[in-house]
Design a protein around this ligand. Sequence first.
Ligand code: CA
Length: 227
Amino acid sequence: MQYNILIVEDEADISGLLVNILKEAGFGTIQAYSGTEAKLLLENHIPDLILLDLMLPGMPGEELLWYIREEKQYSMPILILSAKTAVSHKVDLLKNGADDYITKPFEPEEVTARVEASLRRAGKGAIPEQSLTHKKLTLCPQSRKAVMGETELVLTAHEYDILLLLIKNPGKVYSRESLYELVWQGGYYGENNTVNVHVSNIRKKLKEHDPDQEYIKTVYGIGFKLS
Ligand code: CA
C-alpha cells in the first residue's frame, strides 16, 4: 500500500520539490497551498502524514496544527516545515502535537528519513521500497541502487537519473535537450555532447553485465528511449 502525505506549503517551488522527493521515495502526495485549503482537503482525505509549513497565507500553520489535533482529534504524524528556528518555538510546537520539525532549507534525504521515521513511530511499519524493472535491470529509486541480475552497478548520479527517467517512462522518446534539462535541472543545452557521453557510458556499463541486450535505443534525429 502507498502512504499519502499532505503537503501544506504556500510556495509552489518548495511544494513541488517536496512532491518530487516524496514520489521518488514511493509516497503519494496531496498539496494544499494555504491553511484554509488544507482544512477543506481534510474533510475528504485523511492523509497518513502531514508536512506543515508555518508561515501560510490566511490561517498560519500553528492554527492548523491546533485545528487538526484539538478540533479534529486526528492523530497522524505532523512534521513542521519552517525556517523559524527558535528552540522555544520548536518546543511549543512539539508540545502542541507536532511530531517532528524540519528546518528550511532542507536536504531531500532528511525529508525522506524524517517522514519514514515518523511513520514507523506511528506504527505504519516499514515501507517496502518500490522498484522498477526492465529486462535484467532493476532500479530502486529510494536507495538509488541499480542491480543487474545479482550485481549492483556503479553509476554516477547523472547516469542513474537518465536511466531512471527512461525506465519510468518506457515508450517515451526523450530528446537530448529534454534529458539535459531534466537531469541537470535546467541550464542551456547548446551544442555540447554531455548527454551522448553519459548515454554511451551507461550502455557500456550495462553491456558488461548483459552483453546480449540493448537497453537504450537511439531514435534517429530525436533522442533516446528505453529499448
Ligand atoms: Ca510559507
